[in-house]
Design a protein around this ligand. Structure first.
Ligand code: ATP
Length: 386
């Protein structure tokens, strides 16, 4: 199979009847890259993957492998390997035969088949299980078998569609490491579909966040985590604290904002938006992650006061729901020290970790796990447990 040096999806559009599931999708990957498509159910991730795989025809656009168009090449001739959420193993074939089957129908000689089967099983740490049947394997082992069966065919590219969704959290975490290890050992160009931000962040060179069939943001995991360019992406990255504040000024890169109702609660914050032309007095949303909204250790500046309403023990720290003094707004914050209901606390957020978005952004930001744009996210967990 020709090795992938570059893969390009150019203006790929896919319509189903009058509905467009994928709008002019562009992606360029270099050989060996690991790219994740991340987004909630229905945002078009699988459509993009299936267009690339050749399982869906394109309504418009082009797919180029090493500069050559492949959009009219049938799926089986593209040389891509796919792994799906339901492993699609053959229940009546043992582990070794499951792996060897694809080579059998391609006429690979027996000795080669056996050698490659053994190597693939070694790679996924299943060499001891060759004689077992799929039903005698755990979920994680079945998923590893599905991977072995795909990589044994030496695909030019690996396409994975939510491969870990059927596994419990512990196995998912283990399999993440396995997939990353395999990717590094084989240097296989990989496109991975998931709705789980931590999966996408932990494995990828690039993450592409999708919304309603379009690309919302493309960047390295660090870019997307540190500088989400919309409230929708921020939501996905765990910026669940959304506090309404008023613009009070600007100091270079930083904006000065004031929490209405709380005297002295002046905060410094940033925005990731290119053109934020806010005026003094404008109401905006200040967003932060609970684990970066800290009671203990308390950051040196950027403080707010509040009262603990609920406490949850998280293992490494305590997470509190904090009613902000002088307002109805609430945030989640972390503390290394135990918290108690009713306790008055000070919390702080480093200015570069407090991101500002316009108020109207909230209408377009679906919560992770919900259809994008279908529900307005609630500012600052308003009205909960208060
Ligand atoms: P999930 O995570 O739930 O698999 P997804 O992000 O992969 O979601 P897609 O499966 O790509 O989303 O679907 C994108 C949109 O296209 C959805 O609105 C879906 O209902 C629609 N769609 C997908 N396949 C078809 C089809 N065969 N016929 C009609 N509409 C379809």
């Amino acid at each position: 199979m020709e090795r992938i040096k570059t893969l390009e999806m150019r203006g790929v559009t896919r319509r189903f009847g009058t509905a467009t599931a994928l709008h002019s999708f562009n992606l360029t990957m270099e050989g060996g890259m690991f790219v994740s498509l991340l987004g909630p159910s229905g945002c078009g991730k699988s459509t993009a993957l299936n267009c690339l795989a050749g399982l869906l025809d394109l309504s418009e656009g082009q797919i180029l492998v090493n500069g050559k168009p492949v959009q009219n090449v049938p799926a089986e001739k593209r040389g891509f390997g796919m792994v799906f959420q339901n492993y699609a193993l053959f229940p009546h074939l043992n582990v070794s035969r499951n792996v060897a089957y694809g080579m059998e129908i391609r006429g690979v000689p027996k000795a080669d088949r056996e050698r490659r089967t053994q190597k693939a099983l070694d790679l996924v740490h299943l060499s001891e299980f060759g004689k077992r049947f799929p039903a005698q394997l755990s979920g994680g082992q079945q998923q590893r078998l599905a991977l072995a069966r795909t990589i044994v065919l030496e695909p030019a590219m690996l396409l994975l569609d939510e491969p870990l969704s059927n596994l419990d959290t512990k196995l998912r975490n283990e399999m993440r490491v396995e997939i990353k290890r395999l990717h590094e050992e084989l240097n296989l160009t990989t496109l991975y579909v998931t709705h789980d931000q931590s999966e996408a962040m932990s494995m990828s060179d690039l993450v592409l966040v999708m919304r309603l069939g379009r690309i919302e943001q493309l960047g390295t995991p660090q870019d997307i985590y540190n500088a989400p360019r919309s409230l929708y992406v921020a939501d996905f990255m765990g910026y669940v604290n959304k506090v309404e504040v008023d613009v009070a000024g600007r100091d270079g890169e930083e904006w000065i904002v004031q929490l209405p109702g709380q005297a002295g609660a002046t905060l410094r914050a940033k925005t990731t938006l290119n053109e934020a032309a806010w005026q003094i007095g404008d109401r905006v949303l200040a967003c932060s992650r609970p684990d970066e909204t800290l009671i203990d250790p308390l950051p040196t500046s950027n403080h707010l006061r509040g009262t603990v309403k609920l406490v949850e023990y998280m293992g490494k720290s305590f997470e509190g729901l904090i009613q902000l003094e002088g307002t109805q707004q609430q945030v989640m914050a972390h503390s290394q020290q135990p918290l108690e209901n009713g306790q008055r606390v000070e919390l702080g957020i480093r200015p570069e970790r407090l991101l500002l978005f316009p108020m109207d952004a909230i209408a377009g930001a679906g919560k992770p796990g919900m259809a994008a744009g279908s529900a307005a996210a609630e500012p600052a967990l308003k009205g909960q447990a208060g």
